[in-house]
Design a protein around this ligand. Structure first.
Ligand code: DMJ
Length: 629
């Protein structure tokens, strides 16, 4: 009745309004439906899909992602820029008992009803991931799950998170045996001397109860950081960490040797960062790394030997414009790793350039290099003298170790290494009398000298490491012969400690041993090379004789070099057991290398610095091996 009473105009308006509302209803239904569909079937699924990085295995890889190639043409794509590398999938690192688990991201959302369950799972997974990211384990390794995945600043924040250990990821710790306990005791004794009389200084002078300064950077303390970590000396480590945090300052008007500060300070900080996951050490590593860079500003790009880390200037030694070949070719592991961690390619670029240049140089003798290189011309100087000892030694070591670090892809390094070992066999190997010991002598302008530095005893370990990494078994045979010789350099001497240099007898003479020692060479500086090689030989063969030889050496260090009030000292005369003539100096490498290798030699736990995951720099600081191809 009322409808009929309305005018035509009023009826039209009402009908129009109904029609309008009906259309709006349809539209709003449709626009609600699509987002649901996309949320359930696409968006969340996508969020859970792992980004794919070609060549990176998810399943428990032993190693870390390789850095961007310094010279790679990355264009302008920010995703590919070395400063901001792409985020790889979560990978496991460190000893298998301490692996970090990958976050659970495989859940698929099927229906709307699943939504809340899945959201809960995601929140839970995120929580777990955060916990996992901050795992720090004592005396193993870990750990910075996101290394090389974020720009430096956010990476630092990540590793500053508080740490915790996930119980289910731990396997039973391998108990420490008696010999390892003896190493810990020796370390504590050495540390006591350093702490009481030389705290924060470079080296302990244990007899005069004072210290000596080389760079004024707490060299012994930094060199010893990762040893304390590996030996499980938590209190000592924490105390030393405080010193690094509060007192280690690189902004100093001081000249440092590029090589020594790289292998001891940069190497020590980088490895401690890897073992502890503590970003303090990475920050300090970046600081010293940047301050060392002026050394590369030379006409030839072959670095100067010395850098003033406060002023940012560099120079060669006063008497020459030459640098030592071993020094300029044994800083690569450290600077390459610094590039990988920071995303800043300049470090790697500088040291790679040196290696590429040396690769092409003439003046080699079947892969053997002279001892000096000129920073102006870039050419070798003092041609014709070849040794595996001082000034050339770690060139050979770092050829192999860089190849391993980079995932065995850099063929030039391997070529140079293989050629050099052939050169050693051809020109430098000889056999002594009467025991027929195989030794590595020297060649000077075509004349062979039966002289061998203790430093050469790094070689058996390096050869064994190469053989372990797939190089010819022949290298292992040579390693076995040479480590026997290095042991005899201790065993044939009155104190049971090796001199700095020996001369081998090439001809049998009545009453003569294989090893002759000149008065100027009979000192012992507590050097590590033989113990280092014993460690590799034991790891790869399991032959207990290597442990026994190391044990003898430790006992002789205790007998002739231990200072009752704390510390160990170098000695002047290994041939006089009644007076070995203490020199009043404990070198930083005694704590950084010698005692560390002793501890590892006596261990049966191959995960205590697993050699498929870490490569030691020439100062015994373990750095991670990058992801293989
Ligand atoms: C250490 O600084 C390093 O091992 C270097 O390669 C050689 N010299 C000492 C130890 O002898």
């Amino acid at each position: 009745k009322k409808w009929k009473q309305l005018s035509r105009l009023q009826r039209s308006v009402i009908l129009f309004l109904f029609a309008f509302l009906a259309v709006c209803g349809v539209i709003s239904y449709t626009s609600m439906g699509e987002p649901w569909k996309s949320l359930t079937n696409k968006s969340l699924d996508d969020q859970r899909t792992e980004p794919e990085i070609p060549g990176l295995k998810l399943a428990n890889p032993a190693v870390l992602p390789a850095p961007q190639k310094a010279d790679a043409n990355l264009g302008d794509d920010p995703e590919l820029s070395p400063q901001k590398p792409p985020k790889p999938p979560h990978v496991r690192r460190g000893p298998s008992n301490l692996h970090i688990k990958a976050p659970r991201r495989d859940v698929r959302l099927k229906t709307r009803q699943d939504t809340s369950r899945v959201v809960e799972e995601l929140v839970q997974a995120d929580k777990e991931e955060k916990t996992e990211k901050s795992i720090i384990s004592w005396r193993g390794a870990v750990i910075e799950p996101d290394q090389n995945t974020e720009p430096p600043s956010s990476k630092i924040k990540e590793s500053e998170k508080p740490s915790s250990v996930e119980a289910e990821d731990q396997k039973e710790p391998v108990p420490i045996n008696e010999r390892q306990t003896a190493v810990i005791e020796a370390f504590r004794h050495a540390w006591k001397g350093y702490k009481d009389f030389a705290w924060g200084h470079d080296e302990l002078k244990p007899l005069s109860k004072s210290y000596s300064e080389w760079f004024g950077l707490g060299l012994t303390l930094i060199d010893a950081l990762d040893t304390m970590w590996i030996l499980g000396l938590k209190e000592e480590f924490e105390e030393a960490r405080k010193w690094v945090a509060n007192s280690l300052v690189f902004d100093k008007n001081v000249d440092v040797n590029l090589f020594e500060s790289t292998i001891r300070i940069l190497g020590g900080l980088l490895s401690t960062y890897h073992l502890s996951g503590d970003s303090l050490f990475l920050e300090k590593a970046k600081d010293i790394g940047n301050r060392l860079m002026p050394a590369f500003k030379t006409p030839s790009k072959i670095p100067y030997s010395d850098v003033n880390i406060g002023r940012g200037t560099a120079h060669p030694p006063r008497w020459t414009s030459d640098s030592t070949v071993a020094e300029v070719t044994s800083i690569q592991l450290e600077f390459r790793e610094l590039s990988r961690l920071t995303g800043d390619e300049k470090f790697q670029k500088a040291v790679d350039e040196v290696m590429k240049h040396v690769h092409t140089l003439s003046g080699k003798n079947d892969g053997l290099v002279p001892m000096f290189i000129n920073t102006n011309s870039g050419q070798f100087t003092h041609l014709g003298v070849y040794t595996l000892g001082a000034r050339a030694d770690s060139y050979y070591e770092y050829l192999l170790k860089q190849w391993i670090q980079g995932g065995k892809k850099e063929n030039e390094l391997l070529e140079d290494y293989m050629r050099a070992i052939e050169g050693v066999k051809k020109h430098l190997l000889q056999t002594s009398q009467p025991k027929k010991l195989t030794f590595v002598g020297e060649l000077a302008h075509g004349h062979f000298s039966a002289k061998m530095d203790h430093l050469v005893c790094f070689l058996p370990g390096t050869l064994a490491l190469g053989a372990h990494n797939g190089l010819t078994a022949d290298h292992m045979k040579l390693a076995e012969a040479l480590i026997q010789t290095c042991y005899q350099m201790y065993a044939q001497v009155e104190t049971g400690l090796s001199p700095e240099i020996v001369h081998f007898n090439l001809h049998a003479q009545k009453g003569h041993k294989d090893v002759e020692i000149k008065p100027a060479d009979r000192h012992n500086l507590l050097r590590p090379e033989t113990v280092e090689s014993l460690f590799y030989m034991y790891r790869f063969t399991g032959d207990k004789k290597y442990q026994d030889w190391g044990w003898e050496i430790l006992q002789n260090f205790n007998k002739y070099t231990r200072v009752p009030t704390g510390g160990y000292t170098s000695i002047n005369n290994v041939q006089n057991p009644s007076n070995p003539e203490p020199r009043d100096k404990m070198e930083s490498f005694f704590l950084g290398e010698t005692l560390k290798y002793m501890f590892l030699l006596f261990s049966d736990d191959i995960d205590l610095i697993n050699l498929d995951k870490y490569v030691f720099n020439t100062e015994a600081h373990p750095l991670p091996i990058w992801v293989p191809a």
